[in-house]
Design a protein around this ligand. Structure first.
Ligand SMILES: NC(=O)c1ccc[n+]([C@@H]2O[C@H](COP(=O)([O-])OP(=O)(O)OC[C@H]3O[C@@H](n4cnc5c(N)ncnc54)[C@H](O)[C@@H]3O)[C@@H](O)[C@H]2O)c1
Length: 429
């Protein structure tokens, strides 16, 4: 393919070098004349292992050119990849000035394109906040080109997951390829430009593709901060942090796994809240500030409060309201630190006509700590709980599904709205 790269920084230069290695013809474009000259001479403007060698081979093979602007080039291209910088502003938002200016230049240049030719594929790799493609990039292109996508051009957002210093390796072996498009298949997998790469390929809407880039990097940052906090606590107790990390990382069932990573309900039960609190007390013993671990506790409480707000907005007091579930998870009657118990008390305090159904829980059979908890929450367990979910649902304005309960769900009236706490989804937006 004949491909132009707009923006010759770390991403653009690496992408250019890797595309050349794959046999494509590349023209590198930048507003910085020094970078333009260097790429034209097969020299890399950035320090990145392997890049300069690939560029030199490309120049020798006549497959690398460079230019100061896109103007006059689009007629002979199959694809343009936008890799301009989107640095942080003082307020933490991204500065989209270069992105929108290069998009405008690209749109204006599109007017030169023969409408009878296949649409030029415009691939945006610069990191941008969710909503940017729909609300800024496409309108800017449309205004500058004088027409929307689908004719002279088609536009995709294709986030870049490479890491500096291993960028070439990451390009050829990415963790995943994500393609945000106007509709699935709109760019025919970017004309097959990544077909030789062995990586899972996802075709999604623009918003999901834009968001996942932020989610991935936020998670990586969270992992580093978490590892350092637990390392500091371990050291303060005279324990080797690397030995702890070895064991922690060896657990690929619960720790390094998709487990606990689906957006859903708050955590609770007899272990997570208790041991997190104990861990925080270890940090206090050592005089250590651990805002990430502290934040997990605070975030969990805020998450429950957020659900309560959603419920109140959907179904103001007094309801009636049906809560499905009271113990902390399906298959147990354990009420210790159950977020559903907290939620139920909160709703009662707010004046709801609350009915509760939980097939895992028999108030008459509570023993030990559960019995003591039952005594504390007598009104809830004695007056509000029922085995008859159909009767409880009668007249209810909303059912709140606190934990998976397929049998009970089947018995609800078809027109009763259900707010599902187990899986954040459009019903909670
Ligand atoms: N650096 C990374 O490791 C990395 C990884 C993944 C994603 N990203 C994202 O990729 C994008 C590029 O990052 P980078 O580190 O390569 O940036 P960079 O600042 O190194 O390079 C950006 C280049 O764009 C050029 N430019 C600006 N306006 C232009 C225009 N109108 N036309 C042509 N060129 C123009 C600049 O002169 C500069 O050379 C950013 O959005 C960044 O967040 C970066």
């Amino acid at each position: 393919m004949r491909i132009a790269i707009l923006g010759l920084g770390y991403v653009g230069t690496t992408t250019a070098a890797c595309l050349v290695r794959d046999g494509h013809e590349v023209v590198g474009i930048d507003i910085n004349p020094d970078k333009v000259r260097m790429i034209g001479e097969g020299r890399s403007p950035v320090v990145e292992p392997g890049v300069e060698g690939l560029l030199q081979e490309g120049v020798a093979a006549g497959r690398v050119r460079s230019a100061g602007a896109i103007e006059g080039l689009v007629a002979g291209l199959d694809m343009v990849i936008v890799c301009v910088g989107t640095p942080s502003r003082a307020d933490g938002k991204l500065n989209l000035t270069h992105l929108l200016e290069s998009t405008r230049q690209l749109g204006a240049a599109l007017r030169e394109r023969d409408p009878a030719k296949a649409p030029l594929l415009l691939v945006f790799r610069s990191t941008m906040p969710p909503g940017t493609m729909e609300r800024l990039v496409l309108p800017t292109l449309e205004t500058a080109a004088g027409e929307g996508p689908g004719g002279r051009y088609e536009a995709a957002f294709n986030p870049e997951f490479l890491r500096e210093s291993t960028a070439v390796k990451d390009y050829f072996s990415p963790p995943k390829i994500v393609l945000g498009e106007r509709h699935p298949g709109a760019t025919k997998r970017l004309g097959g430009v990544y077909d030789a790469l062995d990586a899972p390929f996802f075709e999604v809407g623009y918003g999901v593709a834009e968001m996942v880039k932020f989610v991935d990097n936020s998670f990586h940052a969270l992992k580093v901060a978490f590892a350092n906090e637990v390392g500091r606590i371990s050291l303060s107790k005279g324990i080797d942090p690397q030995a702890v990390a070895d064991l922690f990382l060896a657990d690929t069932k619960l720790n390094i796994s998709p487990y606990y990573l689906r957006p859903g309900g708050p955590f609770g039960g007899s272990c997570l809240p208790k041991d997190l609190s104990a861990m925080l007390s270890l940090a206090r013993d050592g005089g250590l500030a651990v805002p990430v671990l502290n934040g997990a506790k605070e975030s969990n409480a805020l998450h429950l409060a957020w659900f309560a707000q959603k419920i109140k907005a959907r179904c103001p007091a007094p309801g009636p309201l049906l809560l499905l579930g009271l113990s902390f998870k399906a298959g147990t009657d354990d009420l210790r630190n159950s977020p559903l118990l907290d939620l139920a008390e909160l709703l009662l305090e707010a004046g709801y006509d609350l009915r509760v159904h939980d097939p895992d829980l028999d108030p008459a059979r509570l023993v030990g700590v559960n019995f003591a908890l039952g005594a504390e929450h007598q009104d809830l367990l004695r007056q509000r709980m029922t085995d008859d979910v159909e009767a409880a649902a009668k007249g209810a304005r909303l059912a709140v599904l606190g934990k998976p309960m397929p049998a009970a769900l089947k018995r609800l009236p078809a027109d009763l709205p259900v707010l599902d706490m187990n899986r954040l989804g459009p019903s909670l937006a």
